[in-house]
Design a binder for this molecule. Structure first.
Ligand SMILES: [Fe+2]
Ligand SMILES: [Fe+2]
Length: 347
């Protein structure tokens, strides 16, 4: 056997396994008790040492195995290391199959009781040798802080998604559908994962500013007075203000919320931006928003068919909406590209 561990015994083995270790050749000219020294050296190792066979099965353990991992040797010997040690997604796909490596964010343990460890490994002819170390106090502090932040962000994301989708039942279904339209349009456009994430946020929260619009205005079925309408027109700014307090949200998501009522011809609100001045994500959100509003039942109208809504988007291309985006939406997301053919034949 070769590799970094072939010369060393492993101190945590039971008596039987110790006895079955292969004899190591004595080295000429070295002290006769060198193996005893090696054993002592290993017994004092602060890391957990392991050796895997070619199939990744744990065949030997050493060093401070139990102290570092919290797992007894008999629980793990004869089983694959990957049952106990997890690598973060960034280490995949190669992971432990790489010739050698260091992973600062591996975790070991089972169920919810896993802890973070530093994993170092090297493959040799006979298998893979490696070690696991607990992080030092500073690394542990940094890790715990980032874990806390990550958990807070997940909780906040769930809370905000709830807020965006529970204004009322109608709003909840509307938001779910239009987020799906917006993301599919963003994918058809070729947005990066990062932009798609910002788009998802922006679409989910596009009307969150309506929490500041008095309920009697929101549920009014008749026409709004000029004053009431003026209040409703504030909702994009209010939404952006609310989101401005959430540092982790990308700016692009806030911009999408702020500008989701801008029109391509500059006649929208709140800023009266036109064409390319309007952030791309806001242009996408607007198309998804209007298409879903048209194809849904509302208190003042019945749902339009998708084709009728598609024709409306085409008619308003270059006025309310960006024509290229409408075309992409109808052709690639809604499968309504034929509407352009019908229109061409009537020209
Ligand atoms: Fe809105
Ligand atoms: Fe909406």
């Amino acid at each position: 056997m070769s590799g970094p561990f072939s010369r060393y015994p492993f101190d945590d083995l039971g008596a039987t396994e110790q006895a079955s270790l292969p004899e190591r050749p004595s080295v000429q000219g070295q002290q006769p008790d060198i193996e005893a020294n090696d054993a002592e050296l290993l017994a004092l190792q602060p890391s957990a040492l392991f050796l895997l066979d070619q199939a990744g099965i744990l065949i030997r353990l050493g060093g401070n195995w139990q102290g570092v991992t919290g797992l007894r040797p008999e629980q793990v010997l004869g089983r694959p290391l990957h049952q106990f040690v997890k690598l973060p997604p960034s280490s995949h796909p190669q992971g432990l199959y790489a010739q050698s490596g260091v992973c600062e964010e591996a975790s070991i343990g089972r169920g919810g009781l896993s802890k973070r460890v530093r994993l170092v490994w090297q493959r040799g002819e006979g298998g893979t040798g490696g070690s696991l170390e607990l992080p030092g106090p500073r690394e542990r502090e940094i890790y715990e802080r980032s874990e806390k932040l990550r958990r807070a962000e997940v909780a906040l994301e769930q809370t905000i998604t709830c807020l965006g989708t529970t204004l009322d039942t109608f709003q909840s279904h509307h938001v779910k559908r239009m987020v799906s339209y917006a993301v599919r349009l963003g994918q058809a456009y070729g947005l990066s994962e990062q932009d798609l994430s910002a788009l998802r946020w922006g679409a989910t929260l596009h009307d969150v500013g309506k929490v500041r619009v008095p309920q009697h205005i929101l549920i009014k079925t008749g026409p709004l007075s000029a004053e009431e309408f003026g209040v409703v027109l504030q909702h994009p700014q209010w939404g952006a203000e609310i989101l401005g307090q959430l540092d982790f949200l990308p700016d692009a998501a806030r911009d999408a919320v702020l500008h989701h009522h801008e029109r391509w011809d500059g006649q929208g609100y709140p800023a009266g931006l036109r064409e390319d001045q309007i952030p791309l994500l806001a242009r996408i959100v607007m198309i998804a928003d209007v298409f879903d509003a048209l194809t849904s039942d509302r208190s003042y109208k019945t749902a339009w068919t998708p084709a009728a809504a598609g024709e409306y988007l085409i008619r308003e291309s270059g006025r309310a909406f960006e024509g290229d985006l409408v075309r992409l939406f109808l052709e690639r997301v809604m499968d309504l590209g034929y509407l352009y053919g019908d229109q061409a034949s009537t020209l």
